[in-house]
Design a protein around this ligand. Structure first.
Ligand code: ZN
Length: 372
């Protein structure tokens, strides 16, 4: 699983020799006929042909290792694949990620991590804090996956087996003592969560635990952290990771649905005012051809027919027989949105697939925010 700490370590590696970094868009949505193998083979061929002989010799093992990984691990593929390899440094990293990536094969003295960093920046990550009176667990949820990050334990609280509310108003010294320990524990938890969120640039937090624990922790959070809280869930302290994920997923999807609606509203408003946004397949295709797309937005079920140049991949909604750029043959295709998506990814544009939106469907089903 991707995280900023690991990427920072990779990016600052002081290695010897060379690193090979492969990024491959294996998203089935954009690879109707498994075309990623064709793209992969072409990139390998181009790289081998253009590499300096000595460099090629140095990375030959890496290229072979990468090729055999791509050929034999298809069942693990999700939407994007990133492989970073350096035999000279006994270094190998593989990331099967849930978003498509731009196809790239890079040989350099350092590993290429920018695309992975971009994914962390652009696809919302969520932190989950599970808390009770003496322990806490922190998780991250990113692209539908959950990973436990760490545990905070404040042991030896006297009377921890005592029944009843543990934040109840205390009547005697003994109970005040317990409250003091719980207070210390929660103070520790709050500080660790705060530094974790800022260190990993995570903007959203979900708190899990009993109602009592949740409200106590919320009461102690700094305003900046409190603003990041998008919901709370009742989760047992010792729940397994996938159980935690199951409990927080409804909160995440409700939040993301709200975000999607905001994006659609803003897209339509900007397009109507002609403020660097367009609606409709025709306009989107022109913008893609001019490399102006910053973020492509479309409704999941929307699709359209059109024409695709068999040699340069020029796209056209209207029927034309030969490509205006290269005179290549234009093939009729029934998956224009996928081709548009592919083009967008290759231009490093972001993609927002909206699960459902009547508003966007009525406005053409597809649109784009433009760079200029
Ligand atoms: Zn063409």
């Amino acid at each position: 699983m991707l995280n900023r700490t690991e990427l920072r370590e990779i990016a600052s590696m002081e290695g010897k020799g060379y690193f090979v970094s492969l990024y491959l868009n294996v998203d089935p949505m954009f690879n109707k006929k498994g075309d990623y193998m064709v793209h992969f083979k072409n990139m390998m061929k181009d790289t081998i042909e253009t590499l300096d002989k000595a460099v090629y010799k140095a990375v030959k093992d890496d290229l072979e290792k990468i090729e055999s990984y791509v050929l034999s691990n298809k069942r693990m593929f999700r939407k994007g694949l990133a492989l970073l390899s350096s035999s000279a440094n006994s270094f190998w990293k593989e990331y099967n990620i849930n978003v498509p990536v731009k196809n790239e094969l890079i040989v350099d003295k350092t590993p290429y991590t920018k695309s992975l960093m971009d994914i962390l920046d652009n696809y919302q990550r969520y932190a989950v804090l599970l808390v009770d009176k003496e322990s806490a667990r922190i998780f991250t949820v990113h692209l539908g996956e959950i990973v436990e990050y760490g545990e905070i334990h404040t042991p030896d609280i006297p009377g921890k087996h005592k029944k009843g509310g543990w934040f109840a108003l205390s009547q005697n010294h003994y109970e005040r003592h317990i409250d003091f320990h719980i207070g210390m524990h929660l103070k520790d938890v709050v500080e660790k969560v705060d530094s974790f969120l800022s260190g990993e640039y995570i903007g959203r937090l979900i708190i899990g635990g009993s109602d009592e624990a949740v409200s106590m922790v919320k009461g102690m959070l700094h305003k900046t952290v409190l603003d990041k809280v998008i919901g709370a869930a009742k989760v047992e302290m010792f729940a397994k990771s996938d159980e935690v994920l199951r409990r927080v997923e409804p909160i995440v999807s409700a939040y993301e649905k709200k975000k999607e609606e905001e994006i659609v509203e803003s897209l339509i408003a900007k397009a109507l005012k002609k403020e660097n946004a367009v609606l409709g397949l025709d306009n989107v295709i022109s913008a893609l051809q001019e490399q102006r797309v910053m973020k492509l937005v479309f409704v999941k079920d929307y699709n359209a027919n059109g024409y695709n140049c068999s040699s340069c991949n020029y796209l056209s909604v209207q029927k034309i027989d030969s490509c205006p750029y290269c005179k290549g043959k234009m093939d009729a295709v029934d998956y224009m949105v996928d081709l548009a998506g592919q083009k967008a990814i290759q231009q490093s544009a972001l993609i927002e697939v909206v699960s459902e939106s009547k508003k966007l469907l009525d406005a053409g089903g597809i649109g784009a925010f433009l760079r200029f």
